[in-house]
Design a protein around this ligand. Structure first.
Ligand SMILES: Nc1nc2c(ncn2[C@@H]2O[C@H](COP(=O)(O)OP(=O)(O)O)[C@@H](O)[C@H]2O)c(=O)[nH]1
Ligand SMILES: [Mg+2]
Length: 220
């Protein structure tokens, strides 16, 4: 067996243990948490920007933004109404991991919030392997990325609890066979909850926001 395989397994096991600790920390503060993953440009920050105003006066939201560089996304989240917005710069890493999330959680007074939204680094491969300790993993696919992505990135589609299909306003303009896309998803993740929506027009956002609110309410 090549020597690097046990080393990679050890790293992932250590990450899983820390993710458990993060989960306990989030859970014991009564916060519901989501890990938003997607390729760059799919609309992670846009979804946060469109969601926050609809949660105003209903939920207190903290956003943790992961990026290779800059604090552009955390600034956008703060402007959109997040009660707290923290940027993690990964310094080149293509994903967040549980250690990075722990560092960000330490900066938050967790009992001040109802919902924690983590925006992962834009990438359709690596974030799937690194648990963070959030309640739900959510993938955002977007129409212009193409309808073949479930077939090409099965690891990402297999592991998520919910799937947002963003930019449906572009369906008339770009080739995207929704039935082909959905067949690919169905094989990998038959019970995944799906939210087709547009951050541009607002279509479908109400269903997504209602699901978020219900998820927070169900969280003890
Ligand atoms: N047409 C269209 N454009 C969108 C939609 N959502 C986001 N965008 C655009 O897609 C680009 C990337 O969005 P952003 O939220 O920064 O993506 P992120 O890299 O995943 O955080 C921006 O130019 C957005 O304005 C949508 O629903 N429809
Ligand atoms: Mg972003």
């Amino acid at each position: 067996m090549p020597q690097n395989i046990p080393i990679v397994e050890n790293i992932l096991n250590a990450n899983d243990r820390l993710a458990e600790e993060n989960f306990t920390r989030i859970e014991s503060a009564g916060v519901f948490s989501i890990n938003l993953m997607a390729s760059p440009g799919a609309g992670k920050t846009s979804l946060i920007e469109q969601t926050l105003p609809l949660l105003k006066d209903k939920l207190r939201v903290a956003v943790i933004d992961g990026d290779i560089a800059t604090s552009i996304d955390a600034d956008r989240a703060a402007k959109a109404g997040a009660q707290a917005a923290i940027q993690i710069n990964t310094g080149g890493d293509c994903h967040l991991d549980a250690v990075m999330l722990r560092g960000a959680l330490e900066k938050l007074e967790m009992d001040q919030f109802d919902l924690l939204i983590v925006e992962n680094v834009g990438n359709l491969v690596c974030p799937a392997s690194f648990k963070l300790g959030t309640h739900k993993s959510i993938l955002i696919a977007s129409v212009p990325e193409g309808d073949d992505k479930p077939y090409k990135y099965p690891g990402m589609y297999r592991g998520v609890d919910a799937l947002v299909i963003n930019k449906i306003d572009l369906l008339p303009y770009v080739p995207f066979r929704m039935d082909y896309f959905e067949r690919g998803v169905q094989v990998l993740n038959p019970n995944v909850k799906t939210f087709p929506l547009s951050c541009r027009t607002g279509e479908g956002l109400d269903v997504w926001v209602e699901w978020l609110i219900q998820s927070v309410m169900r969280n003890p």
